[in-house]
Design a protein around this ligand. Structure first.
Ligand SMILES: [Cu+2]
Length: 327
């Protein structure tokens, strides 16, 4: 029996044991071919660990019983056993080398960006993800991509280190201010996949989420050409932007989150840090979005990142109209 057959049998045994134990849903769904490869390697590592663990503990129990202390019996003096020592070093060495080569092969796949990939720019900012396509279309919190096409993300951060993590694709990459980082994937089936930020980036970190919508090629092309705000009123545009960009920190109700709740704010007096007061009009809200540090509301941290350059005029005035509508 070759080593590959042994590994394959261990693997199959382990898959069946684990999937029975977990009702078949032990791992997140697999969205890509690479995800299947990562899982196979993972199962090999887990299987090899479980088997080694059983061997070590079983031998320990057997030897403890076999050579227990008995009156009148004296153990033989054994200094070493060359064959045994060779085997317990060489067999684990082989297993480690298999894990190393296999890991290298899968990692190489994960990290080699395919040429001719469909490229999307990703911007991480406290606390949301935005996406920019070469057609000029932008989206926030929702990444639309075609299926059966290699897609490469070119990622940067506006503030701190974030990490773009898609469990279903078994891929994750830090998003670092001041440089670009990449990941790629090729999704097999249309569907929705969850994106997380996997690098703690402050108060709203756990709300830094995005959804990947994998569409068939023709549907995706149609989406890419569409004007996202076509036929919407300014308030509706604002609501869409608000849901995608603001809800990590602000509620559309009066209840506070990281920042103040925004219902009933417009037209009223706001107490600022330092004792000043200001009336919340269009200019105040515009300034608070573009230059949040200019006026800090009393009792809240100076935690918001500036949205200057992040929103188009239509989006900005939409958000202002939406906040006005929250009465
Ligand atoms: Cu983050």
């Amino acid at each position: 029996m070759s080593l590959a057959t042994v590994i394959a049998s261990i693997n199959t045994l382990f898959i069946s044991v684990v999937s029975h134990a977990a009702g078949g849903s032990f791992m997140p769904p697999q969205g890509t071919k690479v995800a299947e490869k990562v899982d196979s390697l993972y199962r090999f590592l887990a299987g090899a660990s479980v088997i080694s663990c059983i061997l070590v503990f079983a031998s320990m129990c057997i030897f403890a019983y076999q050579y227990r202390r008995r009156p009148g019996v004296k153990s033989a003096y054994i200094s070493h056993n060359t064959l045994a020592e060779f085997l317990w070093s060489f067999i684990p060495f082989c297993i480690f080398m298999v894990a190393f080569a296999w890991g290298w092969y899968v990692y190489h796949d994960l990290r080699t960006m395919p040429k001719n990939a469909f490229e999307v720019h990703v911007h991480g900012q406290k606390w949301n993800w935005t996406f920019e396509y070469k057609s000029g279309r932008k989206s926030a919190g929702e990444l639309y991509v075609p299926v059966n096409t290699p897609v490469r993300m070119i990622m940067d951060s506006a503030d701190v280190i974030h990490s773009f993590y898609i469990p279903a694709f078994r891929t994750k990459q830090d998003v670092v201010p001041g440089r670009y980082s990449n990941i790629w994937f090729d999704i097999e089936k249309p569907g929705n996949y969850q994106v997380f930020c996997a690098e703690y980036c402050g108060q709203g970190h756990s709300a830094m989420l995005a959804k990947i919508h994998a569409l068939p090629k023709d549907k995706f092309d149609e989406w890419l050409q569409n004007d996202p705000y076509k036929g919407l009123t300014p308030v509706q545009v604002g609501e869409a932007v608000f849901k995608a960009r603001c809800t990590a920190c602000h509620n559309a109700t009066a209840e506070k989150k990281v920042g103040p709740g925004l219902q009933g704010v417009f037209g009223h007096q706001v107490d600022l840090e330092g004792g000043d007061k200001v009336t919340a009009d269009e200019n105040y809200i515009r300034e608070s979005i573009l230059y949040p540090a200019a006026k800090i509301v009393k009792g809240f941290p100076n935690a918001m990142t500036p949205f200057l350059g992040q929103l188009g005029e239509q989006e900005l005035s939409g958000v202002i109209e939406y906040i006005k509508s929250l009465q």
